[in-house]
Write a protein that binds this ligand. Structure first.
Ligand code: IFM
Length: 437
């Protein structure tokens, strides 16, 4: 069971569960357009068993009963994303069914007293826009602003909160430098451009939503703590660079209107012309900052070209993803973000959870959640203004290049029958959330 009660957290502290469109909806339904993730998954070798999100959890037709389960657990909020290609199949032309879908989904949340927390983009770009260069093309900011106006023009009046882009590091570095996600590039020039344009698009979307009169707008960033492999100056420098391009690039751009110097050493020569003039858009004031946190990495130097380092195995227990379990990193990121970047701005843990092979008796997930909620408590007691905790994920789903075998859900999904079965972690959280005094 959970070692906490809801009452152990400050009054009004929000608890929620998260998902994303492509990972659960069933992208082949409802007139959605082809995305660069579909192209990536159709390319041999990119995704385990070449699995894709065509059906996924069929949340597209089952969202009402999924929200019943969310409500029955006692959650306050639901973090979901809107698929650009469902709303605008070719990136620009509106699909009325797509807008209707998110309209119905929003009302279904509100009818159950759940707060809708939207993310505009969670990694599936219309292929037609990828054909034009995708995140490498500066025009993506304009296209994304138009998408933002279209979808939020329809549902923005009923959102509790909105963030433009889930995990900009994944859009930039993971997808253009490491090539692990769509569009699967390994190209430093593409990386520099995507790392910048993703923030330009973020700021453009914030401007668009302010123009619609919306508030409670934030950014959702992912973080990995970088631990030097040893005490040597070279290992410390390597870990600082990992911290720079993983964590500080995005917080620096948005909250300080500058990029870390150690990252610019490598990316600077490849940046688009005039990037220095974009920080007023990138640094649009926000109402909150969201932190997605799962793990740390142990970093050692190597002799490769920049960034000249590598991850080495760490000694801690690992999840099904092979990720070390390191709750201290969550406490440290919450306190460091407030101290160095955001001050009194509300912080939310917008994703945290683990993939596990333990099926419905997921005691390991309960332990993980307890340890990370303890980290939140520690950060609160040090003064970090943490206002909520949203776990990843409501249900087992499509874990991108790793297909359907990595299970992050509070609900087990049988991918043959699509039946949902609450796991022990679902029941434990339900019990915790009911303890209001
Ligand atoms: O499944 C992903 C999600 O799409 C973004 N954050 C991390 C999760 C687990 O890898």
């Amino acid at each position: 069971m959970m070692k906490f009660k809801r009452a152990d957290f400050p009054a009004g502290f929000l608890f929620g569960a998260a998902t994303s469109s492509y990972q659960i909806e069933g992208h082949a339904q409802g007139g959605a357009g082809r995305t660069h993730w579909d192209d990536f998954a159709d390319t041999p070798g990119n995704v385990i068993r070449a699995e894709n999100g065509d059906l996924a959890c069929d949340h597209y037709t089952r969202f009402e009963s999924d929200f019943d389960l969310l409500k029955d657990a006692g959650f306050d909020a639901y973090r979901f994303s809107t698929s650009w290609a469902r709303v605008m199949p070719d990136g620009t032309t509106v699909n009325p069914d797509g807008l209707d879908y998110y309209d119905r989904l929003t009302d279904a949340l509100l009818e159950r007293g759940l707060k809708p927390c939207a993310t505009l983009y969670h990694w599936e770009l219309p292929s037609a826009l990828n054909d034009l260069g995708g995140w490498r093309n500066r025009d993506i900011a304009k296209w994304f602003g138009e998408f933002t106006e279209t979808i939020m023009g329809r549902i923005g009046d009923r959102m509790y909160s909105v963030a433009p882009i889930n995990e900009p590091w994944c859009v930039g570095w993971l997808s253009h430098f490491l090539g692990h996600h769509a569009p699967g590039l390994r190209d430093i020039r593409a990386t520099a451009r995507a790392m910048h344009h993703v923030l330009l698009a973020h700021g453009t979307a914030i401007q668009a939503m302010r123009g619609l009169g919306m508030n409670n707008l934030g950014g959702v960033f992912n973080f990995e703590w970088a631990t030097p492999a040893d005490d040597s100056p070279a290992a410390i420098k390597a870990a600082e660079l990992y911290d720079g391009y993983y964590n500080r690039w995005f917080l620096g751009g948005v909250f300080k209107k500058e990029y870390p110097a150690n990252v610019l050493e490598g990316l600077g020569p490849h940046m688009p012309n005039g990037w220095q003039d974009d920080f007023d858009v990138i640094g649009q004031p926000l109402d909150w900052c969201g932190l997605n946190y799962y793990t740390r990495k142990v970093i050692a130097p190597n002799t490769d070209p920049w960034p000249s380092h590598q991850e080495v195995p760490g000694p801690l227990p690992k999840t099904q993803m092979g990720w070390e379990i390191y709750p201290q990193g969550l406490e440290d990121f919450l306190t460091r973000t407030a101290a160095e970047y955001t001050g009194d701005l509300p912080l939310y843990v917008t994703e945290n959870g683990m993939a596990s092979t333990s099926g419905t008796d997921d005691q390991d997930r309960i332990a993980y959640l307890n340890d990370h909620l303890q980290a939140v408590q520690n950060a609160l007691s040090k003064g970090a203004p943490v206002k909520g905790y949203i776990t990843w994920s409501l249900m087992d789903n499509y874990e991108w290049a790793l297909g359907y075998e990595k299970r992050f859900g509070l609900l087990h999904v049988d991918f043959k029958t699509l039946q949902r079965t609450p796991k022990a972690s679902y029941h434990a959280l339900k019990q915790m959330l009911a303890l209001k005094d």
